[in-house]
Write a protein that binds this ligand. Structure first.
Ligand code: C2E
Ligand code: MG
Ligand code: MG
Ligand code: MG
Length: 300
């Protein structure tokens, strides 16, 4: 902000000078992050880790699966959020390597949980650029699943609605192949793009995640309630399961349960947590009191 203000002075109110100086700062910053992210990956993922957030059943409060969310502890800057470094990774051609690391790590963790007797479905987030290289993506997924002797159906992939819409024909082909591999597919941030349920019906998708912006407004906006109700009913009519993301209050959860939302995810239940913290949480008295239990019966 300091250098931007200087730029305004230097430029004597010239809007262009202001913009340019501001951009240079941003680009230098991004280049630095990109370099450090590459170094982290070359170092076997040093500083990277996955946190896991439960998806809780609306009907029974059982934890049926978790979403893996990438975290990065930068050696100098401390924690950097995926909202900052994922766009950098996409811009500088690092997202495929980063996504590969996520695939391997999620599968390794799933196998570790299985060996402890905990059967959890793990969802990973996929970037558009991973979908644009279907051969590499499928091969990586297949290898990671095989290495850990995991059933593909235990892994799901989340793709944002806007990505699913970007190149509909190509997306349809790659999702079909992912579906054939046996992984389940989920449309993330639903409601923020402009896809039609008619198009989604053609995709081998089994889950829709209602974007947090709708969930946030559930208690205050009749429109949000109407949209959420319509989405849940249509999704169910098409045989899709619905997850609400960003559930923060009991009030929101009550509305969602009344509308038969299948799964709820949000800070109300748990924040994304490191793998060992997740297991400790699941076995904690608070979780038990909230009625939260892991469904570790085989074959759920
Ligand atoms: P997303 O996939 O839609 O993930 C949900 C985001 O909402 C996460 O933010 C999560 O921490 C946050 N969240 C969950 N519950 C609540 C809640 O109750 N209230 C609020 N305010 N927020 C909640 P996060 O972890 O910062 O991730 C942001 C986005 O970064 C993700 O959105 C996803 O698009 C992307 N991302 C994260 N990990 C990966 C990854 O491994 N690969 C790719 N390609 N993208 C990733
Ligand atoms: Mg997601
Ligand atoms: Mg989401
Ligand atoms: Mg989101």
């Amino acid at each position: 902000a300091g250098s931007a203000a200087q730029a305004v002075k230097r430029g004597g109110g010239n809007g262009f000078a202001f913009f340019e100086a501001h951009m240079q700062d941003g680009v230098r910053d991004q280049l630095e992050l990109a370099r450090d992210l590459r170094a982290a990956l070359e170092d076997g993922g040093q500083g990277l880790c996955l946190h896991y957030q439960p998806k809780v059943s609306g009907a029974t409060a059982r934890v049926l699966g978790v979403e893996a969310l990438l975290r990065w502890q930068h050696p100098q800057r401390g924690p950097v959020g995926p909202g900052s470094f994922i766009p950098v990774a996409e811009r500088f051609g690092i997202i495929t390597a980063l996504g590969d690391w996520v695939i391997d790590e999620a599968c390794r963790q799933m196998a570790a949980w299985r060996d402890e007797g905990l059967r959890l479905r793990v969802a990973i987030n996929l970037s558009v650029q991973q979908l644009r290289q279907p051969e590499a993506l499928l091969q990586r997924l297949q290898q990671a699943l095989a290495r850990h002797q995991l059933d593909a159906s235990q892994l799901s992939c989340e793709i944002t609605e806007s990505v699913a819409m970007e190149d509909a024909a190509a997306t349809e082909r790659v999702l079909q192949r992912l579906g054939d591999l046996g992984v389940s597919l989920s449309i993330d941030d639903f409601g923020t793009g402009y896809s039609s349920l008619a198009y989604l019906r053609r995709l081998p998708v089994s889950q829709l995640k209602i974007d947090r912006s709708f969930v946030q407004d559930l208690e205050t906006s009749a429109d949000a309630r109407a949209i959420v109700k319509a989405v849940i009913e249509l999704a169910h009519a098409l045989g899709l399961e619905v997850v609400a993301e960003g559930v923060e209050t009991e009030g929101q959860a009550a509305v969602l349960r009344a509308k038969r939302c299948d799964k709820l995810q949000g800070y109300l239940y748990a924040r994304p947590m490191a793998a060992d913290a997740l297991v400790a949480w699941a076995r904690s008295p608070e979780a038990a009191q909230a009625g939260v239990i892991f469904d570790d019966t085989p074959g759920f």
